[in-house]
Design a protein around this ligand. Sequence first.
Ligand code: SAH
Ligand code: MG
Length: 215
Amino acid sequence: MLDKKLKAVAMATKGFMPEVEGDALFVEACSACDELPRLPIVEVGTYCGRSTVWLGAAAERCKTVLFTVDHHSGSEENQKGWEWFDESLVDANTQKLNTLPTLLKTLQRAELGDAVVPIVAESRIASQQLSFEVAFCFIDGGHGELPTQLDFAGWTPKVAIGGRLAIHDVFSDARDGGQAPHDFIYRPALDSGEFVEISAVGSLRVLRRIKRNAI
Ligand code: SAH
Ligand code: MG
């Protein structure tokens, strides 16, 4: 389990990761990194670093690192006039959303600086430039059709055989939430035959890579 101090930091951080799902994320990431020593973790969609605390703690415990990717200007639903807009995250000079300063404060509070490597970039660019395999990949970035398709194409190939792919906000019923993570990440991963589902908590789904199809 995540230690008490880090749990308190996670729970005090703005974001969208429920406690039970964060705890599941931590357990799954630790298991993946124990099974695949030295391979890193990647997170797509840092926001203010709430889920990052659980994943960073897993990386620290397993002596690896977490790369966490976000352009820090927010998703569509985080912008003014949308459901998940937070005025306090708007930069006073640019009047634009900027979650990077809050992330840096979260990492300071959590004292996870050595285990967490923030990457401030468009997800597609980062996925094209980073060529390593990962033990654990958590996708929680843009939730529209195009961003989820790009995240599937860019990040899921990096999951090593035996490694795990975690996807957030997976809803099989449209009445529960947007369907893009389900339709464009979760389903195609399973349908490829390369992944099998190993756990589900809330809207979090964790899959394991069992093979790599020939291209
Ligand atoms: N994991 C976080 C929540 C992430 S919210 C938590 O647990 O609280 C989704 C994040 O994805 C936002 O911060 C947004 O800026 C980022 N994002 C959306 N589309 C992106 C893209 N194309 N490239 C990089 N980051 C993106
Ligand atoms: Mg989410």
